[in-house]
Design a protein around this ligand. Structure first.
Ligand SMILES: Nc1ncnc2c1ncn2[C@@H]1O[C@H](COP(=O)(O)OP(=O)(O)OP(=O)(O)O)[C@@H](O)[C@H]1O
Length: 236
């Protein structure tokens, strides 16, 4: 389960691999325009390229143009479909947990800007969805169920019961505010932080050292076709 993810900014662009069995979930943060969507699509496409078995599910509450090419796919949930998307994915997880589904092909749930999804829910419903995400974060690993989440700010209020700490993979892109740096990398000294450009970021997986990485420019058409393959079925 060791898959290539990004390139190191130093060490001549050395390839950085992620072991998704050890580190099952990823949090990608950065201010607007720092390249979260670009990095997330790169990550999803390269995962499918390296393991065609992977099944993706995309929750795009904002309905960004970046995910428009996938609007016809069953596993892509946009705007007001977002709730159903999370519920359906959770159901897939429960089927594995209860033994109804004994398969273990990798399932990846990508949620773009979970915060904006939460803002449209009333308080009770928002808490309920936070709990559902916490369940996936805490129990997904043994069932080969993963979450990749993109968020402008990794605020703990978007999560319940410290669930944010269940993202062993943390990527902070571009120029991070002091607050974001502390939220993502609590052990990093302020003096060790230098601000990076769009498409560049600090990556930490599990408790390993923090490395500076970059997301290369890539062929979006090819990436979209790989992501489409991961989404598997078109709507009928
Ligand atoms: N590594 C990169 N190489 C080249 N272009 C990039 C890279 N990262 C981002 N871009 C470009 O920068 C722009 C902003 O990127 P993106 O939409 O991914 O940012 P974002 O952080 O998701 O922004 P928002 O929070 O506003 O949605 C896009 O036009 C994207 O194509």
């Amino acid at each position: 389960m060791n898959f290539f993810a990004f390139y190191a900014l130093q060490n001549k662009g050395k390839k950085i691999f992620i072991d998704w069995e050890k580190s099952p979930h990823a949090l990608i943060t950065g201010a607007s325009g720092t390249g979260k969507t670009f990095a997330s699509k790169y990550l999803m496409a390269s995962l499918v390229e390296q393991n065609p078995e992977i099944e993706l599910c995309i929750i795009d509450y904002k309905g960004d143009t970046d995910f428009e090419p996938f609007a016809d796919f069953q596993n892509c949930y946009r705007y007001n479909e977002a709730k159903d998307g999370i519920l359906n994915f959770l159901d897939r997880f429960h089927q594995r947990q209860s033994g109804v589904d004994t398969t273990r092909k990798p399932l990846y749930l990508f949620i773009d800007e979970f915060a904006s999804f939460l803002t449209v829910l009333d308080k009770k419903e928002a808490e309920d969805f936070k709990k559902k995400i916490a369940e996936l974060l805490m129990l997904g690993r043994s069932f080969n169920v993963h979450i990749i989440m993109a968020l402008q700010r990794a605020d703990s209020s978007y999560f319940v019961n410290g669930a944010r700490d269940n993202f062993p993979i943390r990527l902070g892109l571009g120029r991070l505010s002091d607050e974001s740096r502390r939220m993502l990398f609590p052990d990093m000294e302020k003096d060790d932080y230098i601000s990076l450009k769009r498409g560049e970021g600090y990556l930490q997986t599990d408790s390993s050292d923090i490395v500076k990485i970059f997301v290369p420019e890539y062929n979006m058409k090819l990436a979209n076709s790989l992501i489409a393959k991961g989404l598997s079925k078109k709507k009928v």
